[in-house]
Design a protein around this ligand. Structure first.
Ligand SMILES: [Zn+2]
Length: 437
């Protein structure tokens, strides 16, 4: 088996891979070979040279199912061939398709105004399973088959393996400069009010919600331990496009205060690579170096602003820039499982079919995905119920939960001025749910 297929098989086997079960599993359609294995998965045509990369490789809707799990390739048929259990469901190609964002290289013409492939266009959304970590469900199914074949595979108790409480810092301060005062004056908020905001201590700035976030996050970390829960703040150091506004300097007095607060709360600092860098990934290296200089520490984590890692192969430059772990992989317009998994997975480039050393942590829920009219447009109760369902599904497969809440979306100003005023309330509610995990 080639290294990528063998990695996918190990990924499906999860913790059980230490039992070295892969030598008992074949991925072949040659009946002469079946007797060598206890279980054989019959490959579909997906990886065939004349199919891979062509329209023939796209799954057809409606999808078939195996044991209630949507199946992208193969059929649900399972048979005995002598002593070998033969599965016609190609869960390896199905997992590969989802884990690598293969669909996006086949549909290059489908991109939104920011150059992103949108969730509502995706197969998991169209086929109605974006809320299910189906790759992890394939893994459970494979392990159940092996258990029935007599392998001593323990059945894990439901539980979340790790919770990442993450915050993208697009706008750390609301009114902390004369430029901000002018903006407020032009907006009609009144010079006097803006000038008063400027004179107040940083802690009173409406976007400086970091002490509140740090306190909420700490309440979960204290219960679960750092091993099971970490807070990460993604900070920006570059970008000149309008989507990268407001520009902020970590070298300013307020920037220093923010960094000091994050360090004292023992949060991890990651790079929020700019909108420009999403378009032009060669800039990531420069932005990472700037953040290392400002924060005085090595930067290993990344998330793209606007979740705009546009093309699947763009991760190559992230890897080249020295980033080891990325947290971008969620769809902005639908919360759920963009890669079909809730577990960290190594990035596989579907173009040159290379297994990299970069780890992707799938993003489960971003605050604004739930609320924005053009995204999911949920009301508070529906958003909470949807989040609880995703959390439940992650527990069932022992996956990771990655939450993304912006500091400005929990701002008291947001509650006063925006149509959606419940992000702060929802975050507090989810924190209470997670403390019980
Ligand atoms: Zn951002």
């Amino acid at each position: 088996m080639n290294p990528i297929l063998s990695y996918i098989l190990d990924f499906l086997l999860g913790d059980t891979k230490t039992l070295e079960l892969d030598c008992h599993i074949g991925y072949t359609s040659d009946p002469e070979m079946f007797h060598r294995y206890n279980l054989v998965i019959i490959p579909s045509t997906f990886f065939d040279e004349h199919v891979y990369g062509t329209p023939l490789s796209m799954p057809e809707l409606p999808l078939k199912e195996i044991n209630g799990i949507p199946l992208l390739f193969g059929t649900p048929e399972v048979i005995w061939h002598g002593n070998t259990f033969v599965v016609h469901a190609d869960i390896i190609a199905s997992a590969y398709f989802l884990l690598t964002r293969y669909e996006e290289i086949g549909r290059r013409d489908i991109r939104d105004e920011h150059g992103r492939f949108s969730g509502k266009e995706s197969l998991p959304y169209r086929a109605g399973f974006i809320h299910r970590p189906v790759v992890d469900e394939y893994g459970q199914l494979l392990q159940a088959w092996l258990r029935e074949l007599g392998f001593p595979i323990p059945e894990p108790k439901p539980g979340i393996r790790k919770i990442w409480l993450t915050h993208d810092v697009d706008a750390p301060f609301y009114c902390r400069s004369l430029r901000n005062v002018i903006r407020e004056t032009v907006k009609g908020s009144g010079f006097k009010r803006a000038f008063q905001m400027l004179k107040q201590p940083l802690e009173n700035d409406p976007y400086y919600t970091f002490p509140w976030l740090a306190e909420k996050d700490k309440s979960v970390i204290d219960v679960l331990g750092k091993e099971h829960c970490e807070a990460v703040y993604f900070l920006k150091t570059g970008g000149k496009s309008v989507q990268d506004k407001p520009y902020y300097a970590l070298s300013s007095f307020d920037g220093h205060s923010l960094l000091a607060l994050l360090k004292s709360s023992k949060a991890v600092i990651g790079l929020h690579s700019s909108y420009d860098a999403g378009k032009n990934p060669s800039r990531i290296e420069f932005e990472r170096q700037a953040l290392e200089k400002a924060a005085g520490q090595k930067i290993r984590y990344n998330r793209h602003h606007y979740l705009a890692c546009r093309e699947p192969e763009d991760f190559h430059l992230l890897e080249k820039a020295g980033i080891e772990e990325d947290f971008t992989m969620g769809y902005p317009d639908v919360a759920g499982f963009r890669l079909g998994t809730s577990r960290p997975v190594r990035w596989i480039n579907p173009v040159d079919r290379r297994l990299s050393s970069l780890t992707l942590h799938p993003l489960t829920i971003m605050d604004v995905s739930l609320s924005e009219e053009k995204y999911m447009n949920l009301a508070y109760d529906a958003a909470l119920a949807y989040c609880r369902d995703l959390i439940f599904r992650i527990e069932q497969v022992n996956g990771e939960l990655v939450l993304l809440w912006h500091n400005d979306s929990v701002s008291p100003l947001q509650a006063r001025e925006e149509a959606v005023d419940w992000h702060r309330h929802l975050y507090a509610a989810l924190i209470d749910v997670l403390k019980e995990k």
